[in-house]
Design a protein around this ligand. Structure first.
Ligand code: ARG
Length: 462
């Protein structure tokens, strides 16, 4: 039981209490950022004349050694220490003696942990951004190859109007692009350094907070020392963004599961991303898509958990805040993993283009275009809507699609129909004529693709 405190206590901490209080088992992943923070802190202390040059050098050398030995596995971070901060200080002091005991001058574990979480989260935000970028590249590749791959567009999961695969994927491109925008926003907002806030009220040592901030790549120091140690907004923003990304992935997965079903057969998920059944030999299940959809709830849970932890806390630091770690780490790990695996799954997924086009043709997806055709012949839209409604009823009766009806049959419904109607309601025309900004028509989707390409070029990452 190695602790950084104890002078004020007569008795030893109860073992169960010690274990309940300790965070080493989950905060050990902060070791490298903790060491980075300590390096910046001692450099600043010595620059300000608070620490001698030789103490600084001894500490820096000691920290380098700890970093190396943890990386190589020469020393293990074990639960005989209370938390990662205690571990570093204890090992340092054990190795270099007296100077190690000066490391914590002008610092509290409250601003230390606030810094560590920010540094760690900042690099995870950049990592998620990178994964999303790769996902967007893959979506864009599919868009480029499928500007003429027809499929039905749905509302209420009922066939609505024909679209293309490029257009459908374009919708997801927009969602993940917005997610990257949220990451970039929160990255900017969180990039302030809390080190130097002390326990909550700053310190009497003449710290140079601008120096440590710039050493650690921050835009500057946080402005209020109480807020510095009490704030976890940036983590909540990140968890919200991850939750939104998971929601997007989950919708995409839901569609892939439907497309991959025996009834649809629009896609075939690669063997490498499917699993079998222990009893039914014919099965090939879309487990990865289902698991991504399933893990979405768990990431939402982390957001709700931390929001709830924070809601009743008086200023400034409270030990409740230690609860930020397990849930946030779990969400980061799972969300990143989901983005990565999902990208692999869609990269290897095959489209059954003929089935998709066939499905786009039946189900009266060209009914709106038939009505628009009549409008072109001077029929008011409301009347055209009713006429085509009657036409659809007649088609259902005869078990035919609109384009399978003869001209005579069409004229029975309305004399306005002429032989040019067949061209007007063909799949190619239905999609090709939709040229408003953001629509599936070829020129419109090519513009969208070009804009998306520009976007990726000008947003390489954080
Ligand atoms: N393990 C603690 C945490 O994760 C570190 C900060 C402890 N500060 C304190 N005053 N007890 O929040």
């Amino acid at each position: 039981m190695a602790q950084l405190w104890g002078g004020r206590f007569k008795d030893k901490t109860d073992k169960e209490v010690y274990d309940f209080n300790a965070s080493i088992n989950f905060d050990k992943r902060l070791i490298y950022v903790d060491i980075c923070g300590s390096r910046a802190h001692v450099k600043m202390l010595s620059k300000q004349g608070i620490l001698t040059e030789s103490d600084k050098n001894a500490i820096l050398k000691g920290l380098d050694g700890i970093e190396e030995d943890v990386k190589s596995g020469k020393i293990l971070i074990t639960d005989e220490y209370e938390d990662v901060h205690s571990f570093v200080e204890a090992v340092l002091t054990e190795r270099i003696g007296e100077p190690g005991k000066r490391l914590h001058t002008g610092r509290s574990r409250n601003d230390q942990v606030a810094l560590d979480m920010r540094l760690y989260t900042r690099s995870r935000v950049a990592g998620t951004d990178n994964l999303l970028r790769t996902l967007l590249e893959s979506i864009l590749d599919t868009m480029k190859e499928n500007t003429e791959t027809y499929m039905p567009g749905f509302t209420h999961l009922q066939k609505a109007q024909p679209i293309t695969l490029a257009h459908h994927y374009g919708a997801y491109f927009e969602m993940f692009r917005r997610d990257r925008g949220r990451l970039a926003d929160l990255y900017k907002r969180m990039n302030e350094c809390p080190l130097g806030a002390g326990a909550l009220a700053g310190t009497t040592y003449p710290l140079d907070r601008d120096f440590t901030a710039s050493e650690l790549g921050f835009d500057g120091p946080t402005r209020n020392s109480i807020d510095s140690v009490a704030d976890r907004d940036y983590l909540l923003e990140y968890l919200f963004t991850l939750s939104t990304t998971m929601m997007h992935l989950s919708r995409f997965c839901e569609e892939i599961i439907i497309w991959n079903s025996n009834e649809y057969q629009f896609v075939e998920i690669d063997d490498a991303f499917s699993t079998g059944s222990s009893i039914m030999p014919q099965k090939k299940n879309p487990d990865i898509a289902e698991l991504v959809r399933g893990k979405t709830g768990r990431v939402y849970g982390s957001l709700m958990s931390l929001l709830t932890t924070m809601k009743g806390l008086p200023l400034a630091y409270n030990k409740d805040m230690q609860e930020d770690k397990e849930v946030a780490f779990d969400a980061m790990d799972n969300a990143d993993n989901c983005i990565h695996l999902f990208t692999g799954m869609i990269k290897t997924m095959k489209f059954r283009k003929e089935r998709m086009a066939k499905s786009a043709m039946n189900g009266f997806t060209n009914a709106t275009d038939a009505a628009d055709y009549l409008v072109g012949k001077n029929v008011a839209f409301r009347d055209a809507h009713r006429i085509v409604g009657e036409l659809v009823l007649a088609c259902i009766d005869k078990n035919k699609s609109i384009e399978e009806m003869s001209l005579e049959e069409l004229k029975e419904i309305s004399p306005v129909f002429d032989k040019d109607v067949y061209d007007a309601i063909s799949l190619e025309t239905c999609v090709g004529k939709r040229l408003t900004v953001g629509a599936p028509g070829k020129d419109a989707i090519l513009t969208e693709i070009a804009l998306s390409e520009d976007y990726l070029k000008s947003n390489p990452g954080l």
